[in-house]
Design a binder for this molecule. Structure first.
Ligand code: GLU
Length: 548
């Protein structure tokens, strides 16, 4: 009776019961093996690759089991919230085409799914219903420790080399008579609500993590805060319990850093007698740093933030491929056997994750990405680079739009077939690899014809365009004509012969093709010259030659 009075004093407006919410959010009507997963970021303004990996796994697990993948906005820590963060998260999901089945977007007033609200700050009443129940049961209590008192407890514990926290005799208010607690609240004293832990630190329990297997932990005996004094919102631990219970999450995929909280979560679920979801604690993402390997860091490594991949313009599926490759060691072999299958068809297994850390290697991503782009159609490359440049290089996007077919012809050079060219690693690189194809970017300043004089170069180019160039030629005919010209001008066409008798010649057919190449592009290495000339056509070739 007294405890009820205390609970009503703290939560005068809470009238629903846990059973009411259980009735509102019944078991989901899904197949037996369906996985219900959630992506539950806090809106802190950026996304770390360490958040992206669980996201990909959440998505794969839900898709391949015909389950549900939902988005939950974990915004209970209002002090860390950054403006625009929610929109950013949403844009990442859209950009990687991993849109959730259930969500709530406040700015556009869109919501989908019967298990919402999906924004934690809108669930205050729900959390408080669960907390009120604990207070009535005597399993939670208001704690009046001030910040100064807590600081001094912590200092004392550190000094005496004891475990830090509010437990046992440090939990000064856990046994405060209810009447006194009521009085203090009526006096306006500030408080948080703490769990009245029933755990014993000297007792162990086993917990089965799907990545790490059986793990042993000491029981939690800390009276952890479950509701903050500032805004009446729950702590992460308590929100995790309530939300994943009511939303019927079957698999929690989250970072390793949460493993140490397992004793708390285990006790919370036990306190309510709720079944725990299964847990996939994904390994830390590591990177090579010289000779050693260390945790990837958002401070030191630009690639730790997902914006890095967006800015560089990696195709989204290449990034996902790279993440899947480090998630499961057998992914690569599966991919070789199923080159065209969607990544969601891969049978992801948490057991095949390395619990000691996943080594993320940018060179590997680059290789995956190069390979991926090399297998796209010219239209897909065009769409990819256009979408990228619309955001990051508006001027180039205009050029691309003005020269759509022309650009596609460029991307089509040595595309298709068993061994396509692998020119491009990401979209931001395409301009610097193709600029010379566009008159807008071409500048006639940097020609270097090596030992050949300008007069000789001009003589070759003039003769070539007037007597040997023919737009209709096949590649073979084109090359034969260059050779004919070489014979006429005193350049060797047979490299062996040239090497043996250099003094007899002005140079070789290689020099002549290079002169043409440099005249057209200023570069000494380019994709197939014949293809470039086909794309240019006579007019542009003449124009470029005339610039020498
Ligand atoms: N909001 C937590 C985070 O961003 C989510 C952890 C979880 O998935 O439970 O780290």
């Amino acid at each position: 009776m007294n405890r009820e009075e205390l609970a009503n004093l703290i939560f005068p407006t809470i009238t629903k019961t846990i059973a009411d919410y259980e009735a509102m959010y019944p078991e989901r009507n899904l197949g037996e093996n369906a996985h219900v997963t959630r992506f539950a970021p806090s809106p802190t303004g950026f996304m770390h690759i360490g958040h992206f990996m669980p996201l990909v796994i959440d998505y794969v697990l839900a898709r391949q089991s015909e389950g549900i993948f939902y988005l939950r906005n974990e915004d209970t820590d209002t002090s860390r919230e950054v403006e625009g963060a929610v929109e950013y998260i949403r844009s990442v999901l859209a950009c990687y085409d991993m849109n959730p089945d259930e969500y709530e977007y406040r700015d556009t007033n869109e919501t989908r799914g019967n298990y919402g609200p999906y924004i934690q700050s809108e669930r205050k009443e729900i959390y408080q219903t669960f907390i009120k129940h604990l207070i009535i049961e005597g399993k939670a209590y208001p704690c009046f420790l001030t910040k100064e008192e807590m600081d001094s407890i912590r200092e004392g514990q550190a000094r005496d080399k004891r475990r830090i926290g509010i437990y046992g005799r440090y939990a000064k208010y856990r046994d405060l008579p209810v009447e006194e607690a009521i009085q203090k609240i009526k006096n306006g004293e500030s408080y948080t609500i703490r769990l009245k832990s029933s755990g014993d630190f000297n007792r162990k329990f086993t917990f089965n993590d799907l990545v790490n297997g059986e793990m042993e932990f000491p029981e939690n005996d800390q009276d952890i805060p479950i509701m903050k004094s500032k805004d009446g919102l729950p702590t992460y631990h308590f929100a995790h319990l309530v939300d994943d219970y009511l939303m019927h999450t079957t698999h929690v995929v989250r970072g390793q850093e949460w493993i140490s909280s397992i004793p708390i979560h285990y006790e919370l679920f036990k306190t309510f007698d709720f079944k725990m979801p299964k847990y996939i604690h994904i390994p830390l993402i590591l990177k090579k740093d010289g000779e050693s390997v260390r945790k990837i860091s958002k401070r030191l490594d630009p690639e730790a933030k997902m914006t890095y991949y967006e800015e560089k313009g990696y195709p989204r599926l290449a990034v996902i491929e790279a993440v899947m490759t480090i998630a499961n060691s057998n992914y690569e072999a599966w991919r070789e056997g199923h080159p065209n299958a969607p990544f969601t068809e891969f049978a992801f297994s948490p057991k095949k994750m390395s619990s000691s850390g996943a080594l993320f290697d940018l060179d590997k991503l680059d290789n995956i990405s190069k390979n991926y782009i090399s297998h796209l159609t010219k239209e897909e490359v065009y769409e990819g680079v256009l979408a990228w440049s619309k955001i990051y290089d508006e001027e180039f996007s205009k050029v691309l739009e003005n020269y759509k077919d022309y650009s596609m012809q460029i991307y089509n050079i040595e595309r298709g077939g068993k061994k396509p060219r692998k020119d491009y690693t990401y979209y931001s690189e395409i301009k610097e690899k193709t600029w010379y194809m566009y008159d807008e970017y071409f500048e006639s300043i940097a020609y270097d014809f090596g030992s050949f004089s300008k007069e000789e170069v001009k003589k070759i180019l003039d003769l070539y365009i007037s007597a040997y160039y023919n737009e209709e030629d096949t590649q073979e005919e084109w090359f034969n004509r260059i050779k004919e010209m070489c014979n006429a001008l005193g350049y060797a066409t047979d490299m062996k012969d040239y090497k043996a008798n250099q003094e007899k010649y002005k140079g070789s057919v290689v020099d002549v093709t290079n002169i043409i190449r440099i005249a057209l592009t200023t570069l000494t290495t380019t994709p197939n010259l014949y293809d470039i000339m086909q794309i240019f056509g006579r007019e542009r070739i003449e124009k470029r030659f005339s610039m020498i």
